[in-house]
Design a binder for this molecule. Structure first.
Ligand code: SF4
Ligand code: SF4
Length: 165
């Protein structure tokens, strides 16, 4: 996957796509959940996360206490040692990675996939409901995630073609 091309496209279209997401905050077209599901299915026909991993390279997940307990057990470490080695608290007092790319990304793959943080398992959150409650997240992720960029581009096209709003 050509991440550079996606990033350039995202930077170029960020304003217009963010404005679309802002409008979705105000007006939600009828049948939006089904529409998101349908359009999202087309996104995953074209996007292959195993050739990307840009989220793991440029962002950090948040680690819940359950995540920390599960992953540290898997790594045969104490939760305290795990935090000291890799995590810090962010401004919202949540545990996050100290550095990017994520320390668990090895050969472009997650080396702790089966026990990865819930935040990673749920990323890029396209199936969250209601979709429009995550508009801020999607706006932030446009420049990081080719799948989110593609989803919002396609949603914008369909909504503006099929709905009066
Ligand atoms: S834990 Fe795995 S999936 Fe999550 S950011 Fe790190 S490498 Fe990526
Ligand atoms: S979720 Fe998005 S950023 Fe992460 S690997 Fe998949 S396409 Fe890339």
């Amino acid at each position: 996957m050509d991440i550079g091309a996606y990033t350039s496209r995202a930077r170029r279209k960020k304003k217009v796509l963010s404005d679309f997401l802002d409008k979705l905050d105000e007006i939600v077209p009828e049948g939006m959940p089904a529409l998101v599901e349908k359009v999202d299915a087309t996104v995953w026909q074209d996007i292959d996360c195993t050739t990307c991993a840009n989220c793991c390279k440029t962002m950090t997940p948040t680690f819940t206490q359950a995540d920390i307990a599960r992953i540290s057990t898997h790594l045969r470490m104490s939760p305290a040692a795990f935090k000291t080695k890799w995590l810090k608290k962010d401004d919202a007092k949540q545990w996050v990675n100290t550095t990017q790319p994520c320390q668990f990304l090895v050969d472009n793959k997650c080396s702790i996939y089966d026990v990865r943080p819930a935040d990673c398992a749920e990323f890029p959150h396209h199936n969250k409901k209601p979709f429009d409650e995550y508009n801020t997240t999607f706006k932030n992720n446009l420049v990081h995630c080719p799948a989110t960029l593609t989803l919002v581009e396609r949603l914008k096209k369909v909504v503006e073609r099929d709905f009066e709003w």
